[in-house]
Design a protein around this ligand. Structure first.
Ligand code: B12
Length: 470
C-alpha cells in the first residue's frame, strides 16, 4: 500500500467515510434496468459503517450538471462508479457507453479531489483499457463488495493500492453475497419501465460457450446464495417497493446442480407468488418443476439458445441440439409459460446454407417469441477472441473496446442482413433487427404495463392466427 497526500483522509474517528456511488448506465435497451450491482456495493459499505449516497445517471436524464450537484451535496471521500455496459452489442445500430463514463469522471474531478474507483461487469471485461480511457484512479475487477469495503477501510487511514486495478478472485460464498440496498427514489424511476427488479440467486457459470464472458466475470463454479436470503430480497421488493415483477439475473437460472429448485421450493414454502422471469438453458426441465415454478409466479422464460443449427451450436460450445431447444420450448409453452429465444447469426462454422437451415428451424418453433442478432460481439478472455484474432479481426486487445463483431467468413454481411430481414419481416413474433421493438416497448411501459412485455408479441400473433381460423 502506498501512502498518499493528495486527498487527506477525512474519516471520522470510528472510520466512517462518505461514499458517493454513481450508476453510469444509460442504456435503455430493451428497457432501463435497475442498477443492482450498485445497490449491492451500497449494502456492503453501509454494513461496514460508511455513509453511502446512490446516484443514477439515467434517472437524472444523463445530466452532468446533476452529477456535479450530487458531488457538491455528498462531499464524498470516495466516488465509486458502476459501469454495467460497454455497448449495446447490436452490430446494426451500435451505441457506445464509455464516452459517457469519461464525462462523469471529468465532472467529478472538477468538483472534488477525491479518489474515483470504477467497478461493474462492463468495466471488469476490459479493466485496464477502460481505466486509461476514462481517467479514473482505481478499478475493482469482478465482484466488488469485499474489495470495495477493504479499499475504503484502507483509504480511511490514507493508504491506497499500489496497482490501479485490484482483482477479486470470484470466491464470495453464501451470506458473503449480500442482497442489495434498493434505493427508493431510484427504484421509483425504474418502476416506470415495467416495474421489474433484479434479484441474484447465485453467481458463477459452469458452461463453456466460446463467446461468453460470464465465467470470466463470475467464475466457473456455482456459488449459491441461501434461498432464505433470496426470498427475503423478494419480500422487501414486494412489501417495501411495491415491485410487480422479478428478474432473476443469474447467468443461467436452472443450473445442473439444482440450486434453483431449492430457491423455488423456498419461494413456495413462504407463499411467494409474483410474476418472474429468468434465463434458462434448454434442458433439465420437466413438467413437475415447471408446475412448481408457475405456482411461485413463473411467467416468462428467456432461453439462451444462441445458435439455430446443430453445427453452430457445437462450435459455440453448447451441450444441446436444436431438437433439445424445441422440446424445452414446447414444454414451457404447453404449460402456459411465455417463452423467448435469442439467436445469433454468423456464428463460427456457419455457411449460407446453415443460415437457411437455422431460419427454417426458427420458423418451425411454435408459440415462442424470437430475438435475432447479427454477428457476435467479441470480448477479451473468451475463446472467440482467439478465433477472431486468428481471422485478423483485430490485433490488440485495446481494439476490442471499439465494438468488434465476429461474422463467419463464409457468410456475406449484406447477404445475411437481407436474408434475415426477408425471413422475419412478416412474423410479428420474430424480432429483427433486435431493437426494432424497443419504441413499442417504451410506449407500453409508459402506459403502465408490467414486465419485459415481449409476450405481447405472441398474444398479437395468436390473435391473428385465431382470426384466420374463423
Ligand atoms: C441479467 C442481465 C441482463 C438482464 C437484466 C434484467 C434486469 N431487470 O435486471 C437483461 C436481459 C434485461 C439484460 C439486458 C442487457 N444486457 Co445484460 N446482463 C445480465 C447479466 C447476466 C447479469 C447482470 C446482473 O444484474 N448481475 C448481478 C449484479 C449484482 O452483478 P454486477 O452488476 O456485475 O455487480 C457486481 C460487480 O460487477 C461489482 N460492481 C458493480 N458495480 C460496482 C461499482 C463499484 C464502484 C465497484 C467497486 C464494484 C461494482 O460488484 C457487484 C457485486 O459483486 C450480465 C452478465 C453477468 N453475468 O454479469 C449481462 C451483461 C451486463 N449484459 C450485457 C449487455 C450488453 C446487455 C444489453 C445491452 C443487451 C441488449 N442489446 O439488449 C442490455 C442492456 C440493458 C440495460 N438497460 O442496461 C453485457 C455488458 C457488456 C457489454 N458488452 O457491454 C453483460 C456483461 C453480458 C455480456 N455480454 O458479457 N441483461
Amino acid at each position: 500500500m502506498e501512502r498518499t497526500s493528495i486527498a487527506a483522509s477525512r474519516a471520522t474517528r470510528n472510520g466512517e467515510m462518505k461514499i458517493l456511488l454513481i450508476s453510469a448506465n444509460v442504456a435503455q435497451v430493451p428497457y432501463p434496468v435497475y442498477p443492482l450491482g450498485l445497490g449491492i456495493i451500497a449494502a456492503a459499505l453501509e454494513k461496514a459503517g460508511h455513509a453511502v449516497t446512490q446516484f443514477d445517471l439515467l434517472q437524472n436524464n444523463r445530466s452532468m450538471e446533476a452529477v456535479a450537484a450530487a458531488v457538491r451535496e455528498a462531499d464524498p471521500d470516495i466516488v465509486g462508479i458502476s459501469l454495467r455496459n460497454i455497448d449495446n452489442t447490436n452490430l446494426l445500430h451500435e451505441e457506445q457507453y464509455i464516452p459517457c463514463v469519461r464525462e462523469i469522471v471529468a465532472t467529478v474531478r472538477r468538483e472534488s479531489s477525491c479518489r474515483v474507483v470504477l467497478g461493474g461487469s462492463g468495466f471488469s471485461i476490459m479493466p485496464e483499457v477502460i481505466l486509461d480511457t476514462v481517467g479514473a484512479d482505481y478499478g475493482i475487477v469482478g465482484e466488488g463488495e469485499k474489495l470495495m469495503v477493504d479499499f475504503v477501510a484502507e483509504a480511511a487511514v490514507g493508504r491506497y493500492p499500489e496497482t490501479r486495478c485490484v482483482r477479486a478472485a470470484p470466491g464470495l460464498m453464501g451470506g458473503e453475497m449480500p442482497g442489495a440496498v434498493y434505493d427508493r427514489d431510484i427504484m421509483r424511476f425504474y418502476q416506470k419501465s415495467g416495474n421489474l427488479a433484479g434479484v441474484q440467486t447465485k453467481r458463477g457459470c459452469t458452461h463453456h460457450c466460446v463467446y461468453c464472458s460470464y465465467p470470466v466475470l463470475e467464475g466457473a463454479a456455482i456459488r449459491p446464495r441461501a434461498p432464505r436470503d433470496v426470498v427475503a430480497d423478494i419480500r422487501r421488493l414486494i412489501d417495501e417497493h411495491n415491485v410487480g415483477y422479478i428478474f432473476f439475473t443469474d447467468s443461467v437460472f436452472n443450473d445442473e446442480a439444482g440450486h434453483f429448485r431449492e430457491v423455488v421450493r423456498q419461494m413456495h414454502r413462504e407463499g411467494i407468488n409474483v410474476p418472474w422471469t429468468a434465463f434458462f438453458r434448454p434442458s433439465g426441465l420437466d413438467t413437475a418443476t415447471v408446475t412448481l415454478m408457475k405456482e411461485t409466479g413463473l411467467h416468462a422464460a428467456e432461453l439462451g439458445a444462441d445458435a439455430s443449427n446443430d453445427t453452430a451450436l457445437k462450435r459455440l460450445g453448447k451441450c444441446f441440439t436444436f431438437a433439445d431447444i424445441a422440446r424445452c420450448s414446447d414444454l414451457l409453452v404447453e404449460q402456459g409459460v411465455a417463452c423467448a429465444h435469442y439467436y445469433m447469426f454468423g456464428c463460427p462454422g456457419e455457411t449460407e446454407a446453415l443460415v437457411d437451415e437455422g431460419i427454417a428451424n426458427i420458423r418451425s418453433l411454435q408459440g415462442a417469441a424470437v430475438f435475432i442478432f447479427m454477428g457476435i460481439r467479441v470480448l477479451p478472455g473468451t475463446p472467440l477472441a482467439e478465433i477472431a484474432r486468428r481471422d485478423g479481426l483485430f490485433s490488440d486487445d485495446k481494439e476490442l473496446l471499439e465494438s468488434v463483431y465476429y461474422l463467419a467468413p463464409d457468410v456475406d454481411r449484406d447477404w445475411l442482413e437481407q436474408r434475415l430481414t426477408d425471413a422475419f419481416a412478416e412474423l410479428d413474433h420474430c424480432v429483427f433487427p433486435p431493437d426494432s421493438m424497443d419504441a413499442k416497448l417504451r410506449f407500453l411501459h409508459s402506459l403502465g404495463h408490467v414486465g419485459p412485455l415481449w409476450d405481447l408479441l405472441l398474444r398479437k400473433r395468436n390473435r391473428r392466427l385465431r382470426s384466420k381460423k374463423k
